[in-house]
Ligand binder design. Structure first.
Ligand code: HEC
Ligand code: HEC
Ligand code: HEC
Ligand code: HEC
Ligand code: HEC
Length: 264
């Protein structure tokens, strides 16, 4: 009797989440507003996170973008990388795919049990949702506004705290350098005559895109991506901006000389 009592007292510790089996839930399909309204009753905090996170709003993803429009397997489906990469093809996915995390997750794909909640120690290597929707956070767990502590806590579930601090410090240095290049380029561009020619506008867009690539290379721990699409690309932008401004100034000087010769 005593033994059973002890077991019963321990039981809550081993029950992961108070979720119900899929077949006990109303099956669906549901509309977006049905998902939101019913879940707002069940768990207003989850809906608040989603509303304030990047996926609410008309251009984002409703609930069904990640979960599908039924309850069958809806949590497990949403944890898989392919759900995220379906919408985030391009730099975000590419930078992750070239990282060790991306490679290991891809290799372990068939052995990975996506029914596991996204909690510390449940995965060998982090997939997109492990980092960005960690522990059922429906905002963005990796957003810089969350502060470095949250990120540190998640990374150090698998790496030593010291290693993680070193990665953060070198990542910050990379971003600081990228920001210096970005502002140098912007200063050069804004010092030219108004209105800005199309060529400079597109060079400014390149700068912003390549600065984002540095952020992704750093955030996704992909030195390869950083190398091919980050800092060296920014260096190239600065050279092209200087060239463009030099050519513009020369053409303008020529034009000015031509008019002054005409006047003479
Ligand atoms: C960007 C993708 C994404 C969107 C959008 C999204 N979810 Fe989720 N959701 C997830 C992931 C991933 C998990 C698994 C979280 C975990 O294991 O910690 C999850 C888990 C859940 C859970 C289970 C929570 C628990 O206690 O284990 C519920 C309920 C849920 N989502 C409801 C919703 C509703 C309702 C919406 C729309 C308002 C929504 N989700 C939008 C990805 C998403
Ligand atoms: C009529 C109410 C209702 C509607 C509508 C509804 N749900 Fe649920 N849902 C529930 C209940 C009840 C649970 C179980 C309690 C919980 O996990 O919060 C649940 C659980 C879930 C879970 C967790 C499942 C798991 O295995 O842990 C997800 C994910 C989820 N719902 C997503 C959705 C999505 C996406 C929609 C819209 C397509 C939706 N729900 C519509 C009531 C509803
Ligand atoms: C149905 C399409 C869709 C799905 C599925 C989806 N997303 Fe998104 N996501 C978007 C859109 C649209 C935005 C807002 C526009 C943007 O910034 O790209 C966004 C924004 C984001 C942002 C913030 C980007 C920023 O610039 O601030 C992150 C991080 C993100 N998603 C991660 C994920 C992860 C992780 C998953 C998988 C669990 C996922 N998304 C699934 C469409 C989607
Ligand atoms: C190891 C954790 C980790 C994994 C795995 C991961 N990300 Fe990220 N992601 C980050 C960090 C950290 C950042 C940088 C956020 C910042 O500093 O603003 C980031 C940035 C992003 C951004 C840009 C956000 C912004 O503010 O501009 C998007 C979009 C994104 N990730 C989507 C994804 C997708 C899609 C996947 C899977 C294909 C993925 N991430 C996998 C940690 C991760
Ligand atoms: C779920 C476990 C897990 C999480 C969470 C995790 N990692 Fe990793 N990480 C791994 C594994 C496994 C490897 C590959 C083996 C190794 O090199 O240690 C790895 C590799 C790395 C590498 C080596 C990359 C290379 O090319 O050599 C870096 C750097 C790294 N992780 C940083 C981070 C940072 C920063 C975070 C948090 C944003 C993080 N990791 C989150 C499991 C994890």
């Amino acid at each position: 009797m005593k033994g059973t009592l002890c077991l019963l007292m321990l039981l809550p510790l081993f029950t992961p989440h108070p979720t119900l089996a899929d077949d006990l839930l109303p099956p669906g399909p549901f509309t977006e507003s049905e998902c939101i309204n019913c879940h707002n009753e069940l768990d207003p905090e989850l809906i608040r996170q989603w509303r304030e996170g990047p996926h609410a709003g008309t251009s984002g993803s409703g609930c069904s973008g990640c979960h599908g429009d039924r309850h069958t397997g809806s949590a497990g489906t949403a944890r898989e990388d392919q759900v995220c990469t379906g919408c985030h093809e391009g730099p975000a996915s590419h930078s992750y795919a070239t990282s060790k995390h991306g490679i290991i997750t891809r290799l372990a794909k068939r052995r990975q049990d996506w029914q596991q909640p996204l909690q510390r120690g449940n995965y060998r290597s982090p997939g997109c949702s492990y980092c960005h929707l960690h522990d059922r956070d429906h905002g963005d767990t990796m957003a810089s506004s969350q502060g470095p502590e949250v990120r540190h806590w998640i990374c150090s579930g698998c790496h030593s705290p010291r290693y993680v601090r070193e990665q953060f410090a070198s990542g910050k240095r990379q971003l600081d350098i990228a920001d210096l290049k970005l502002s140098e380029g912007e200063t050069l561009i804004s010092s030219t005559i108004e209105p800005e020619p199309d060529m400079l506008l597109s060079l400014r867009q390149d700068l912003i895109r390549h600065r984002q690539n540095v952020l992704l290379g750093v955030g996704h721990q992909s030195p390869d991506y950083q190398w091919w699409h980050g800092q060296p690309a920014l260096d190239g932008d600065l050279i092209r901006i200087r060239d463009a401004i030099y050519t513009l100034n020369r053409t303008e000087n020529n034009a000015r000389n031509a008019t002054s010769i005409e006047k003479d």
